[in-house]
Design a protein around this ligand. Structure first.
Ligand SMILES: C[S@@+](CC[C@H](N)C(=O)[O-])C[C@H]1O[C@@H](n2cnc3c(N)ncnc32)[C@H](O)[C@@H]1O
Length: 273
């Protein structure tokens, strides 16, 4: 099996092995997603690294893949000339466009499409392409990467290190009877890059992975839905969550850390004559 085939097999395993479709997942999570962003530090950790890659932010154009609710989009838009963002999920787009409007941001163009369906029609050049935790569902990742490197001299991808969080696996095993089907992550992706002959700078960075809720009931409801339990086994689940959750600043959460790979792929320079 080639590295690309392994990647595609992992995408398919994830598509078929999860109980919710991609669309349903983001329908469920769109409103919650801003809460995730607020209680985690990845934007403040990666924004300075991204800005350092731009020679002159005020004249820069950035293409963002899967902006979600705009964790990076709004801070980027406040310093660059234009952000073009491809986001297929309607509920995510709704949150993003509402936030742009309420912050008076008018230099973000949101495309209601998956990157693989729109990349060939995009008008470059861009100074940077950013895909933050959004490449996990892309089958034609090789073709998309090749197009992106025509549009921009650099592509930055943020992706998990592929190591499952132990507490989450324990919950899945105990309440679903099976491990969570993981989407493809950095090790699988890196093999594709090597196979394509693309060189990348990779930095492994620790960030928080905090699941924070208003109260215990909200936490219980969230995990009942996530694990597809409905009201079943709620006493058991409550007890299991109590073992791993703690209160910080008056809110209950499961507080943890995860590693993200920041992968920067630069367009190859033509050999000097
Ligand atoms: C985990 S969220 C990340 C959101 C944001 N980038 C962040 O870091 O907070 C993943 C987002 O990628 C989007 N997405 C998934 N597949 C995509 C694709 N093929 N093209 C563009 N966006 C995609 C999803 O709709 C979702 O909004």
């Amino acid at each position: 099996m080639t590295a690309l085939e392994s990647w595609q097999a992992a995408v398919m395993r994830c598509r078929t092995g999860r109980s919710r479709s991609e669309r349903e997942t983001w329908e469920r999570l769109a409103r919650w997603y801003d809460c995730w962003v607020r209680h985690n530090d990845y934007v403040s950790i990666f924004m300075p690294r991204l800005l350092a890659l731009l020679d002159h932010p005020p004249t820069s154009r950035v293409l963002e893949i899967g902006p979600g609710s705009g964790a990076f989009t709004l801070p980027l838009a406040s310093v660059v000339k234009q952000v073009v963002a491809a986001e297929p999920s309607q509920p995510m787009r709704d949150v993003l466009t509402r936030k742009c409007a309420s912050s008076g941001v008018n230099n973000v163009t949101v495309l209601p499409r998956r990157i693989e369906d729109v990349v060939e029609t995009l008008e470059g050049p861009f100074d940077l392409v950013l895909a933050a935790y959004s490449m996990y569902n892309l089958l034609s990742i090789d073709q998309v990467l090749r197009h992106l490197l025509v549009l921009s001299p650099q592509v930055v991808i943020l992706m998990g290190d592929g190591k499952p969080m132990a507490w989450r696996q324990t919950l899945y095993r105990r309440f679903k009877g099976q491990e969570r089907v993981a989407s493809p992550q950095f090790p699988t992706f890196h093999a594709v890059l090597l196979e394509m002959g693309l060189e990348a700078d990779v930095e492994m960075v620790w960030t928080s992975a905090n699941y924070v809720y208003d109260d215990e009931e909200a936490m219980l409801n969230w995990w009942q839905e996530k694990l597809g339990l409905g009201a079943r086994r709620s006493a058991d689940l409550r007890a299991a969550l109590r073992e791993i959750a703690e209160y910080r600043e008056g809110r209950i959460g499961i507080y943890g850390q995860r590693q993200t790979a920041m992968i920067r792929i630069a367009r190859r320079r033509p050999p000097s004559p």
